[in-house]
Write a protein that binds this ligand. Structure first.
Ligand SMILES: C[S@@+](CC[C@H](N)C(=O)[O-])C[C@H]1O[C@@H](n2cnc3c(N)ncnc32)[C@H](O)[C@@H]1O
Length: 214
């Protein structure tokens, strides 16, 4: 997926992925990360998700990465926050109380820009990338967050039935990206009601990725 695909989606308001309330899997499983309030949660490819406001309201600090400036303008407006904006390298840093959003390509961002991260919440980020970019994304995410624990939500379906995004990420693939670094715990696996975009059966899988004793 190139960047113009996503810019166009935001310009045309074709944002079917955006949910009108905090993600119910986040609400149900976030505690599994065991992160203390006041810690930093990184939301890669954040769009203007209401999950950010949910995390802030529970006392967390949130860092995000998003390509679309339009999405982030809407995010700050809907949160009722006035950002301070500065340029850092090839991206813009939009900040307000407890919120740090980097606007640009996630691959142009570094751990140094991001600062210390205590946990990652990946909903619709890994699955937003086609296969050839997912290896690069997973490695970059671990590198930039110092291998912080993750709550990961993926779809698994027959990729021949539909083009992504969201792309299918099988359980085997999750292991390929992350099992060398984390202990992987499947928290939930549910059938997507009515299938994914009505094209065929799909499962939505929730994973907890934590570093064990090694
Ligand atoms: C499927 S949406 C998910 C948004 C959000 N996580 C949610 O749950 O609503 C993927 C988002 O990633 C952004 N995006 C795509 N490629 C990106 C990249 N290389 N760097 C940063 N953001 C990107 C898109 O603009 C889009 O808003």
């Amino acid at each position: 997926m190139n960047s113009s695909f996503w810019h166009q989606r935001w310009e045309n308001n074709e944002i079917g992925f955006h949910e009108g309330k905090p993600n119910q899997l986040l609400v149900k499983y976030f505690h599994e990360l065991s992160v203390a309030k006041g810690r930093w949660i990184f939301v890669p490819l954040c769009g203007k998700t209401l999950d950010i406001s949910w995390l802030l309201s529970r006392g967390y600090r949130v860092a995000g990465a998003e390509l679309s400036q339009l999405a982030i303008e809407q995010l700050f407006m809907e949160l009722g926050m006035q950002p301070e904006i500065e340029t850092v390298g090839n991206v813009e840093h939009w900040s307000a109380n407890n919120l740090d959003i980097f606007v640009g390509d996630i691959f142009a961002m570094s751990g140094k820009m991001l600062g210390p991260i205590d946990a990652v919440y990946d909903r619709a980020a890994l699955v937003a990338f086609p296969e050839d970019l997912r290896n690069r994304y997973a490695a970059h995410l671990m590198e930039m967050t110092g291998k912080a624990p993750q709550l990961l939500i993926c779809y698994d379906y027959d990729q021949s039935l539909m083009e992504g995004p969201p792309f299918s990420v099988s359980n085997d693939e999750v292991h390929r990206h992350y099992a060398a670094t984390y202990d992987l715990t499947p928290l939930a696996s549910t059938e997507v009601s009515g299938g994914l975009k009505g094209k065929g059966p799909a499962r939505e899988n929730v994973w907890l990725l934590k570093r064990g004793e090694r």
